[in-house]
Ligand binder design. Structure first.
Ligand code: SF4
Length: 337
């Protein structure tokens, strides 16, 4: 592991100022992802700035009926919060489907959505990876693609030598639920505070796969707001994975039926970001949520899918799998009505 300096600032403003003025500085939250990356050599910071005690560790009621979650609230605390379990079950279920009890005791609200891809080549510093080392290429193309993206990718056969190629998926379950809930992210940066709609927090690789989110260097998540849902709103998270626990999603779906004729669908395990299925949502707006309708809407959504071939058989299986997962999740929500 490369040696680094460690700082524990007195407040958020000092932490932001410290990271913003040092290009080699990173924030330390729960550390469940960063510490792995320090050991693997994936992250090689000059300075680690500890923010674990600087942001709120409380979940507070908002006047509009929503909730504000402090960035230091752990995943375990959030999943156990009665208001979250009763009003936002999709979030509690997503949190409990992630990692292990020990990791959920450490992982934080501000850090979990910023965890990085589990692409095996990203974590192997002996391989070419545009996300870890911009311009080096993408070993995943034509390699092991079982866990990789089918949506938002540059094509069925992207150029593995191109600097913009990346077919990685975003790994956070919590983030998929927050995308479906239209959560709002409070960000403090060197230029002040700003609010980022959660579905816009993460980005596609575009011309720079090294950037996972729209956050600038030195910007820190301080809280996340959950907008209110009407009484009678329903929501659920369903995750498909290779084993029953401690595994990342092959595909997942967060579904929210707010009760106003709309449905919100976010998909995990299929793209570089939590994927809002906007086309399917539009088709289903005001329609009865029958299996036939949901299947048709997802067929339309998935016409853009680009399954990747690979030495492990590729990831074409995700197309029917994500469709079946959405249909089953919405069917269960419709039965609750
Ligand atoms: Fe790196 Fe992305 Fe390619 Fe994985 S898919 S090797 S993270 S560039």
């Amino acid at each position: 592991m490369k040696p680094f300096s460690y700082a524990r600032p007195a407040d958020v403003a000092e932490a932001v100022r410290t990271v913003a003025t040092e290009p080699g500085a990173v924030f330390l939250g729960g550390g469940t992802n960063l510490v792995d990356h320090l050991k693997l050599g994936v992250a090689r910071p000059e300075l680690v700035v500890d923010v674990r005690r600087l942001t709120s560790r409380a979940v507070v009621d908002l006047e509009d009926g929503g909730l504000r979650i402090g960035a230091a609230v752990t995943n375990a605390e959030l999943a156990a919060d009665r208001r979250v379990r009763e009003r936002y079950p999709v979030l509690a279920q997503a949190l409990l489907s992630g990692a292990t009890g020990q990791l959920r005791n450490m992982a934080t609200t501000g850090g979990n959505p910023l965890q990085r891809t589990r692409c095996v080549y990203f974590q192997d510093v002996t391989t070419a990876c545009n996300k870890r080392e911009p311009g080096s290429g993408c070993t995943a193309v034509g390699g092991s693609t079982r866990n990789h993206a089918i949506l938002g990718t540059p094509g069925v056969l992207p150029d593995p030598t191109a600097a913009e190629t990346c077919i990685a998926t975003h790994p956070s379950d919590m983030a998929v639920a927050l995308a479906a809930l239209d959560a709002l992210v409070h960000v403090q940066g060197p230029a002040g505070e700003r609010l980022v709609p959660f579905p816009e927090l993460h980005r596609l690789p575009d011309d720079d796969p090294s950037r996972d989110t729209v956050l600038e260097h030195g910007e820190l998540i301080t809280a996340i707001d959950l907008p209110p849902l009407a009484a009678g709103a329903r929501s659920a998270y369903r995750k498909v994975r290779d084993r029953a626990s401690y595994a990342f999603a092959l595909v997942s779906v967060a579904a929210v039926v707010p009760g106003d004729g709309e449905i919100r669908l976010a998909l995990g395990g299929v793209a570089h970001k939590p994927w809002r299925a906007r086309r399917a949502e539009e088709i289903l707006r005001g329609a009865p949520l029958t299996e036939h309708a949901v299947r048709g809407a997802m067929e339309a959504e998935l016409t853009a899918a680009q399954p990747q071939p690979g030495v492990d058989g590729g990831n074409g299986f995700k197309i029917p799998l994500v469709q079946r997962t959405v249909v089953a999740t919405v069917r269960d929500l419709a039965l609750e009505a």
